[in-house]
Design a binder for this molecule. Structure first.
Ligand SMILES: C[S@@+](CC[C@H](N)C(=O)[O-])C[C@H]1O[C@@H](n2cnc3c(N)ncnc32)[C@H](O)[C@@H]1O
Length: 301
C-alpha cells in the first residue's frame, strides 16, 4: 500500500524518454499503456472524448450561453470583497494572523497576474507541450527558462520535471512574487524546489557551474532584450547546453541575429559553437493562435 502511494506521488518514476511515443505513434490508433504515460499533448482520442462529453451534456462547441454564477464578480470586485469582508469564514482578533502559513497579497489571490503579459494564461500549456515534445523531454531532464515571468509556462515544466530540475532567471519583482507567493504554493509545487533566481544581466553563476541542461528556452523574452545582451547570454549558455541533444528554443523572432545579416548571423553563431536548426510553428489547443519558435543546438562538444 505504502509502495503504491509513494510511486503515485513521484513523477520521476515515469519513463525516461518521449522517444518511443514519437517512434511508435502516428497520431491514429489507440495508445497503449506505455504511450499514454509518455505522451504530453492531447491525442486525437482525447479530443474526440472531450467533444463527446460536451455533446452528451447538452453543450455545443459554439453558441452556449455563459450564464454567470450566484455571485458574479470581476477580479477587481473580488479583491474589494477580500479587503472588505476577508472571505466568508475568517479569524478575528490578535490571533488572526497565526493561522496562515504563507499570507498572500489579495491581488495575487484574485490572479491579476494571469493577465500581466497580455497573452491568455492557457497558452502556457501549449508552449510547454510544444517544447517538451520537440526536445524529447523526460521528467529527469534539466530545463532552464530565461524570463519565466509569472510561471505561465514554467509551472507546467515544474509539475512534469523531477524536483530541482527546473531553473529560471527572471528580473521582474512582481513576476517573482507571483511565482513564489501564489503559483508554487497554490499549485502544490513547493516540494518540486524549482531554482528561480532574480537577475537581469544574463548571469547564471547562481545555477552552479556543473549543471548541463537538456532544454534552455525563452518564451517572448529575447524580443524585449537588447541584442547585445542576448549574445552575452548565449555565449555563457553554450557550455551549459548538453552537446548535440540539448536544445535552445526562443520564440517570436531572432532579430538579435538576423539584423546582422544572414552570413554574419551564421558566422557569430558558429563562433559561439551554436547551430541554427530551423523555425517551427505550433498551434494552440484552445484558441486561434500559433507561436513561432527558433531552434538551436551545440555544434561542438
Ligand atoms: C512577455 S514576458 C513572458 C513571460 C513568460 N516567459 C511567458 O511566456 O509567460 C517577458 C519576461 O521576460 C522578463 N525579462 C525581460 N528581460 C529580462 C532579462 N534581461 N533577464 C531576465 N528576465 C527578463 C520580463 O521580466 C518578463 O517576465
Amino acid at each position: 500500500m505504502l509502495f503504491f502511494l509513494l510511486s503515485s506521488l513521484s513523477t520521476c518514476s515515469c519513463p525516461s524518454s518521449l522517444q518511443s511515443f514519437n517512434d511508435n505513434n502516428n497520431g491514429g490508433g489507440a495508445l497503449d499503456e506505455v504511450d499514454r504515460k509518455e505522451r504530453i499533448s492531447a491525442t486525437k482520442e482525447d479530443i474526440e472524448w472531450i467533444k463527446d462529453q460536451i455533446q452528451a451534456n447538452g453543450l455545443h462547441m459554439q453558441d452556449n450561453i455563459l450564464r454567470k454564477g450566484i455571485n458574479p464578480r470581476t477580479r477587481a470586485q473580488q479583491l474589494q470583497d477580500l479587503i472588505q469582508f476577508k472571505g466568508i469564514s475568517h479569524y478575528e482578533g490578535p490571533e488572526s494572523e497565526n493561522h496562515t502559513a504563507l499570507p498572500c497579497p489579495g491581488e495575487l489571490l484574485v490572479e491579476e497576474h494571469h493577465s500581466n503579459y497580455g497573452e491568455p494564461w492557457a497558452g502556457g500549456r501549449d508552449v510547454f507541450e510544444f517544447l517538451a515534445e520537440s526536445s524529447h523531454l523526460s521528467p529527469n531532464s534539466r530545463v532552464l527558462e530565461i524570463g519565466c515571468g509569472t510561471l505561465r509556462v514554467g509551472l507546467h515544466f515544474i509539475h512534469y520535471l523531477c524536483p530541482e530540475h527546473y531553473h529560471c532567471l527572471e528580473r521582474d519583482e512582481l513576476s517573482l512574487m507571483s511565482a513564489f507567493r501564489y503559483e508554487l504554493p497554490s499549485q502544490g509545487l513547493l516540494q518540486k524546489r524549482p531554482l528561480i533566481v532574480r537577475g537581469e544581466d544574463m548571469d547564471f553563476a547562481k545555477f552552479g557551474s556543473r549543471v548541463v541542461y537538456d532544454l534552455i528556452y525563452a518564451s517572448a523574452v529575447f524580443l524585449h532584450m537588447p541584442g547585445k545582451l542576448v549574445w552575452v547570454g548565449l555565449e555563457r549558455l553554450v557550455s551549459k547546453l548538453k552537446p548535440y541533444d540539448g536544445r535552445i528554443f526562443m520564440s517570436h523572432n531572432m532579430k538579435f541575429c538576423s539584423r546582422l545579416g544572414g552570413e554574419e548571423c551564421t558566422k557569430r553563431l558558429t563562433s559561439l559553437g551554436l547551430e541554427y536548426l530551423g523555425k517551427h510553428t505550433h498551434d494552440s489547443l484552445l484558441f486561434n493562435h500559433y507561436e513561432i519558435w527558433f531552434e538551436f543546438r551545440r555544434s561542438k562538444a
